[in-house]
Design a protein around this ligand. Structure first.
Ligand code: HEC
Ligand code: HEC
Ligand code: HEC
Ligand code: HEC
Length: 137
């Protein structure tokens, strides 16, 4: 009897810690680079996955890239749980929601290009600088 209860308490403790860790990890910007690879959407890919480093993008606010729209307004706040872009953007355009490839390129490249034009520090605009091994088209 007693042993069973201790066992149950242990299991509960482990579950709670795991849930807390997951919730925490889901809301804080990772300090290590993440590999952007939308496996659920790009089942057959043409280019290598892209390494994205939050630490190199600290000057942008979270809601410059992460969004949840309510009544046409982005209500994403720092600390909110982050969904993968491919949870909403899919292989093809759906109404106002751009297809995933365009969504990434618009978000990433538009900012890099804009800053380049303004002669500020910026990120790459050539394919191979984001997709390792790709020829710069
Ligand atoms: C600023 C970084 C960046 C640059 C520059 C860039 N891409 Fe991408 N691209 C991405 C990201 C991020 C994704 C999403 C990858 C994923 O989720 O798997 C992506 C996805 C893609 C995809 C869809 C996934 C696949 O492999 O089939 C293709 C095709 C692609 N890019 C081609 C290109 C080509 C061609 C160029 C140059 C004209 C280019 N990209 C330049 C960041 C970039
Ligand atoms: C310049 C764009 C950009 C900015 C700014 C940005 N993020 Fe991200 N973030 C991304 C991309 C892209 C991904 C990968 C999404 C995917 O895989 O579909 C991501 C993923 C994440 C993840 C999931 C990490 C994982 O391991 O799966 C978290 C959590 C996160 N961001 C939190 C934040 C927070 C908090 C901020 C603000 C302090 C922030 N991000 C700012 C682009 C950005
Ligand atoms: C919860 C669903 C959802 C997620 C997750 C999501 N989007 Fe979107 N996104 C939308 C919707 C809906 C719109 C259309 C908003 C409108 O025009 O009213 C949109 C619009 C956009 C646009 C065009 C408007 C703009 O902001 O320039 C881009 C680019 C974009 N998303 C990129 C991304 C990227 C990159 C990610 C991941 C970092 C992402 N989205 C994650 C739902 C989502
Ligand atoms: C709001 C503007 C902005 C957006 C959006 C943005 N970037 Fe950047 N990116 C920058 C700036 C500025 C730098 C230069 C940072 C530095 O050198 O310290 C940079 C640098 C980079 C670098 C080079 C990092 C290195 O190690 O030197 C890569 C790769 C990159 N970005 C990929 C991406 C991808 C992929 C996305 C879309 C998911 C993205 N960026 C979205 C502004 C942006």
């Amino acid at each position: 009897m007693k042993r069973g209860r201790i066992g149950l308490a242990l299991v509960l403790a482990v579950v709670l810690v795991a849930a807390f860790t997951l919730a925490y990890a889901a809301s804080k910007a990772p300090d290590k680079p993440v590999t952007v690879e939308s496996k659920d959407v790009f089942k057959e890919r043409k280019k290598a996955p892209v390494v994205f480093d939050h630490a190199k993008h600290k000057e942008a606010k979270c809601d410059a890239c992460h969004h949840v729209y309510k009544d046409g307004k982005n209500v994403f706040k720092e600390g909110d749980e982050v969904q993968k872009c491919g949870a909403c953007h899919k292989l093809e355009d759906q109404d106002k929601v751009l297809k995933l490839e365009k969504a990434f390129h618009k978000q990433c490249q538009d900012c890099h290009k804009k800053l380049k034009k303004e002669k500020q520090k910026t990120g790459p605009t050539a394919c191979g600088k984001c997709h390792p091994g790709a020829k710069d088209e």
